[in-house]
Design a protein around this ligand. Structure first.
Ligand code: AQP
Length: 353
């Protein structure tokens, strides 16, 4: 006997985003992503994921992966995300991600993936030796988002291209199966939403402290290129004071920051941490010595980041408490994603429930 499927239901507004447990979380991850996750949680239903399956697209030492997974979860909570109100979990506990990723591997086109700049950057010159997972990373990311039929995705600017690919996959799925989706009761034919990237914000792309043309990154070999969320006040002060600048004083006008990437980056960080406009910061520090501005930036960064770092350290010391939060989050995530996967299977024509 075949059990008749329940009619497909429309999607509703939902936020999803993820962070990889691949090393030291830094100020770019905080300003470009995690701080925005916190801002969204009061008004939206949010699902925040530690994307550990993305992490293994590059080699990861197992014990380090565990440590980093707990650290990212701790950063979410220390930054202010409430794990009771919103869902915090690690990706590998919810099998729907991998299952949907396979289906999307069969929807996405090789030509689309060939255009992904992150693969080119991360694979480097030895592309033949990169993992298949690194190449297919964007289809797993599409699955992460669409397993929740999420409509909004807060990310840093570097993820814009992957988000566009997610939209292309959603659109092609809806198009390829439009008749079947309608036959199963969803008149719009739009099973998956085309998720909107939420990239705006004062610092969508925080740059390296050693080179204002490169993004601040976990994988940069120089620890002086980034401010880690777990850095103490001394480390923050040293890194800001050593940050590369040019010989000119700060300009008094925003236009004067053009073609001065290091100066622009530090002012952008100041603006994002303080919530002030760039013009007002330049009004205060323009024309003065760089060291005066850097001292003020040290004070500001220590004031804003030290409490987060301290709370992260406290939380990771209690591994079993973090693991319990991730377990609970994973159960709640499965309760959202599993029914979506059942519907996808029904749409595709797979037998069984
Ligand atoms: N420099 C940055 N400025 C603004 N946002 C950033 N993000 C990353 N770097 C910056 C955003 O942080 C979120 C989580 O990133 P991820 O863990 O997926 O790693 P990533 O994008 O590959 O960047 P990382 O942290 O620098 O790692 P590596 O060194 O491995 O490339 C994402 O929303 C991202 O946009």
């Amino acid at each position: 006997m075949t059990i008749p499927a329940a009619p497909l239901t429309p999607y509703r507004p939902r936020v999803f985003s993820g962070v990889q447990p691949t090393g030291n979380l830094h100020l770019g991850n905080y300003l470009g992503a995690i701080k925005r996750f916190v801002d969204l949680q009061d008004e939206h239903e949010c699902v925040y994921c530690v994307v550990d399956m993305h992490a293994i697209t590059l080699p990861q030492a197992p014990l380090e992966l565990r440590r980093a997974t707990r650290e990212v979860a701790a950063a979410f909570i220390a930054a202010g995300i409430d794990p009771k109100k919103q869902i915090i979990f690690n990706q590998s506990q919810v099998s729907a991600h991998a299952e949907l990723a396979w289906i999307f591997n069969c929807i996405a086109r090789i030509g689309w993936l060939n255009r992904m700049t992150q693969f080119k950057e991360k694979a480097g010159k030895d592309r033949e030796n990169a993992s298949v997972g690194l190449y297919a990373y964007p289809t797993l990311m599409a699955a992460d988002i669409l397993a929740y039929r999420a409509t909004h995705v807060p990310v840093g600017e570097d993820q814009k291209q992957h988000l566009e690919l997610t939209r292309d996959i959603a659109q092609k799925f809806n198009f390829d199966f439009a008749d079947r989706i309608r036959a199963l009761g969803l008149e719009s034919g739009e099973f998956f939403p085309l998720p909107e990237p939420l990239i705006a914000g004062p610092a969508p792309r925080v740059m390296s402290l050693r080179d204002g043309t490169k993004k601040m990154s976990k994988s940069d070999p120089s620890d002086y290129s980034r401010i880690n969320l777990t850095d103490d006040a001394d480390a923050i002060a040293q890194k800001v004071r050593k940050a590369k600048t040019d010989p000119e004083p700060l300009p008094g006008e925003v236009a004067g920051l053009a073609a001065r990437p290091e100066a622009e980056n530090l002012v952008t960080i100041f603006a994002a941490l303080s919530g002030r406009e760039t013009a007002s910061i330049l009004g205060e520090f323009g024309g003065g010595q760089f060291s005066t501005f850097k001292n003020a930036l040290v004070d500001l960064a220590v004031e804003k980041l030290s409490p987060i770092g301290e709370e992260m350290r406290r939380l990771v010391d209690d591994a079993s408490a973090i693991d319990a939060i991730l377990l609970d989050g994973a159960e709640r995530a499965r309760a959202l994603a599993d029914p979506v996967l059942r519907q996808v299977r029904e749409i595709m024509g797979f037998l069984g429930r």
